[in-house]
Design a protein around this ligand. Structure first.
Ligand code: NAD
Ligand code: TYD
Length: 349
């Protein structure tokens, strides 16, 4: 494979994947396709934008004709599909955009790949990046495995589950070479400050309330974003066609305990007395349909492909908090919409 199309590469996880591939594989050409929604920001990729093996394409995965022409214009032979609407709270307010981008957008890409590759699937791969939220919720014990039945509860997870089913259907029906991974919650640099960790870091810095849904007892399994990017690299190169791989950190935290770690880390780095910002914690109405617990068993990925998370959580959180404190301008730009100017200045649109 030579020409790799990475969709959603200007977003949080996508930008880490694009950087990893551009830097690690000078023989590949990486095409980053992104429509630049509120969550896509080319400033995330400033450090690699001039590399000879990198091209940005502004396009909407919902544009069927455009997707077909991109495959032939750039002779695409590998896809890593991350573009999506990704925030559960937004999906509760506007489920239609999630069905459009996550389901129809994915179907457009599948169809474009199938048409362009025309049944010659030698050295071709369609890699679909998905979430553990498709499996629904766990009780106090147990883990999601690759065999757990799908049981999504939010419009976000329902749309991702539907896209996963379409991807598998293209393998079963047309032999399209696909692979899917389902990952737990990611954290790290460049995440839009609407998700729990960056939102709370930002609010602590600005002395704003920290809205904890319900009693803060929900559990998530957190993985450092660079470890997710590494897993995607391993699965892209060594994964078995038609298979699913779960990716997780074996790193479960109750929201309220995680929030206290974030507070402690931010207070320490800002030179505030330990725990000073705990007074910002504000319990608010629970999220509708709030899944209680996610926990991933990623032993298949470890045993078959040799991937493991590399970072201890405390270290990852400290790195993440430091990044947000040192990049206040990035946070201001993405929350004000000014980041769009970066694209306009660069591409003259
Ligand atoms: P994100 O919201 O930060 O980025 C999504 C990117 O997709 C943005 O750059 C956006 O501009 C782009 N995009 C959205 N709609 C598009 C369209 N119609 N056409 C082209 N581009 C479009 O999301 P993220 O957190 O980086 O997640 C990336 C992928 O990983 C998603 O598929 C998500 O479901 C999955 N995932 C995320 C997590 C997590 O914790 N964030 C965990 C597991 C899986
Ligand atoms: P989030 O980062 O939105 O990820 P997801 O819903 O995909 O797991 O939320 C992580 C957890 O934090 C989830 O249990 C909801 C909770 N949460 C809050 O308590 N307050 C908030 O303001 C947000 C955004 C999330």
């Amino acid at each position: 494979m030579k020409n790799i199309l990475i969709t959603g590469g200007a977003g949080f996880i996508g930008s880490h994947v694009v950087r990893l591939f551009v830097n690690s594989y000078p023989d590949y050409h990486i095409y980053n396709l992104d429509v630049l929604t509120y969550a896509g920001n080319l400033e995330n990729l400033k450090d690699i934008e001039d590399k000879p093996n990198y091209t940005f394409i502004k396009a909407d995965i919902c544009d069927h004709e455009k997707m077909e022409s991109i495959f032939s214009d750039y002779n695409i032979d590998g896809v890593i599909h991350l573009a999506a609407e990704s925030h559960v709270d937004r999906s509760i307010k506007d489920p239609f955009s999630f069905a459009k981008t996550n389901v129809l957008g994915t179907l457009n890409l599948l169809q474009a790949a199938k048409t362009y590759w025309g049944g010659d699937f030698e050295n071709k791969l369609f890699y679909h990046v998905s979430t553990d939220e498709v499996y629904g919720t766990l009780g106090e014990s147990g883990f999601f495995t690759e065999n757990t039945a799908y049981d999504p509860h939010s419009p976000y997870s329902a749309s991702k589950a539907s896209s996963d089913h379409f991807v598998r259907s293209f393998y079963d029906t047309y032999n399209l070479p696909v692979v899917i991974s389902n990952c737990s919650n990611n954290y790290g640099s460049h995440q839009f400050p609407e998700k729990l960790i960056p939102l709370f870091i930002n609010n602590i810095c600005n002395n704003k309330p920290l809205p904890v849904y319900g009693k803060g007892e929900n559990v998530r399994d957190w993985l450092f974003v660079n470890d997710h990017a590494r897993a995607i690299d391993v699965i892209f190169h060594k994964g078995k066609i038609g298979e699913t791989y779960n990716i997780g950190g074996f790193n479960e935290w109750k929201n309220i305990d995680l929030i206290k770690v974030i507070i402690k880390t931010v207070d320490k780095l800002l030179g505030r007395p330990e725990g000073a910002s705990e007074e910002l914690i504000t319990f608010v109405t629970d999220r509708a349909g709030h899944d209680y617990r996610y926990a991933i068993d990623s032993s298949k990925l470890k045993n078959e492909l040799g991937w493991e998370p590399s970072l201890q959580f405390e270290e990852g959180i400290e790195k993440t908090v430091k990044w947000y404190l040192e990049n206040k301008a990035w946070v201001d730009n993405v929350t004000s919409g000014n980041y769009l100017k970066y694209y306009q200045d660069m591409y003259g649109e």
